[in-house]
Design a protein around this ligand. Structure first.
Ligand SMILES: Nc1ncnc2c1ncn2[C@@H]1O[C@H](COP(=O)(O)OP(=O)(O)O)[C@@H](O)[C@H]1O
Ligand SMILES: [Mg+2]
Length: 308
């Protein structure tokens, strides 16, 4: 199968001299949900903006269903819907007009049935005659999504779709995304939440400081990222880790009030029961236990170190 999106050797140096992307190569298949995962400043928005023709690349090539986004800009762009990170709308237009007008910009014939369905799917129907200025932030975001889908794109880009979004909108959004996927639409989203990538994406690309450092099926990546952290809150603060526990990879934090143990959640034996028994035997009382996934920063450090 030939990819619906093909990015080869794309670099970007901003006029400021900032190198935002180093030689990005990526192919996305039709109908995939692909998540671009990376911390702030990694280059996610830059890459999406280049593919969507909003930012010029310094070198490289992007094909959208075989159309070169520079030489065949209109053909390529017509296949793409973009929900940008920042809300940008004409605040005096009505919801309905905003969505309809956006479709017109792509030169598509009017399709009232399609627009009505979009408004209903995104719970905008009741507000369709309202002006954008009257809407809450969440509703404005829904309008941005409806607008991006107005011309029935084959590829939908969502840049940080759930940053600062409430639970209802998040759920509706994923519902819409799944329905689109079922219809064969390719979805590319950016996020800095691992959970989001895990929940939604078929494949994940990790981007760090302008480099795509890995592209993998979500399930395989999650296995790699199966590291968890157990935090043990002490009853009384301790000065040092007792000798009896020297065999454990423990760290003392929070001024001696917390012991931290990193473990692999996928391992047959996490070591936790033994550790807790050893703590008891060493006479250490704890008042609370907490497990959490290690942070994205830690994971990046791990990946970046493993790269050399
Ligand atoms: N218009 C711009 N001019 C100069 N530097 C920029 C511009 N936009 C982004 N950058 C820089 O490029 C890098 C990548 O930014 P961005 O693509 O927005 O990352 P992300 O979306 O992953 O947070 C950052 O260092 C950012 O400061
Ligand atoms: Mg961004």
């Amino acid at each position: 199968m030939s990819p619906v999106l093909s990015v080869s050797g794309v670099t970007k140096t901003y006029r400021s001299g900032q190198i935002a992307l180093h030689e990005i190569d990526l192919a996305v298949e039709k109908g995939e949900i692909f998540a671009l995962l990376g911390p702030n400043g990694a280059g996610k928005t830059t890459l999406i903006s280049i593919i969507c023709g909003l930012v010029s690349m310094s070198s490289g090539r992007v094909l959208v269903d075989g159309h070169d986004i520079v030489q065949e800009y209109r053909a390529a762009r017509a296949m793409i819907g973009l929900v940008p990170q920042e809300i940008a709308l004409d605040i005096f237009a009505t919801v309905e007009d905003t969505v309809r007008y956006s479709r017109g910009l792509f030169g598509r014939h009017a399709a009232p049935g399609h627009i009505d369905r979009l408004l209903r799917d995104l719970s905008l129907w009741e507000k369709r005659r309202a002006r954008v200025i009257e809407l809450s932030g969440g509703m404005k975001r829904r309008v941005m999504i409806a607008k991006a889908l107005s011309h029935e794109p084959d590829i939908l880009f969502l840049d940080e779709p759930t940053a600062g979004v409430d639970v209802n909108l998040r759920r509706d959004m994923w519902e819409v995304v799944r329905r689109l996927r079922d219809r064969g639409v390719t979805i590319i989203l950016t996020t800095h939440y691992i959970e989001e990538a895990e929940e939604m994406a078929d494949r994940v690309g990790v981007i760090d400081r302008g480099r795509l450092i890995l592209v993998e099926e979500t399930a395989a990546l999650m296995r790699k990222l199966g590291k968890r952290r157990l935090s043990i809150m002490m009853q009384k603060r301790i000065e040092a880790i007792p000798l009896a526990l020297a065999g454990w990879p423990l760290r003392l934090e929070a001024d001696g009030e917390r012991l931290v143990y990193d473990f692999d959640a996928n391992a047959p034996d996490t070591g936790i029961p033994r550790l807790l028994r050893d703590l008891g035997a060493a006479g250490i009382d704890y008042k609370d236990l907490e497990t959490s996934r290690t942070s994205l920063e830690d994971i990046f450090v791990g990946l970046v170190e493993g790269r050399t």
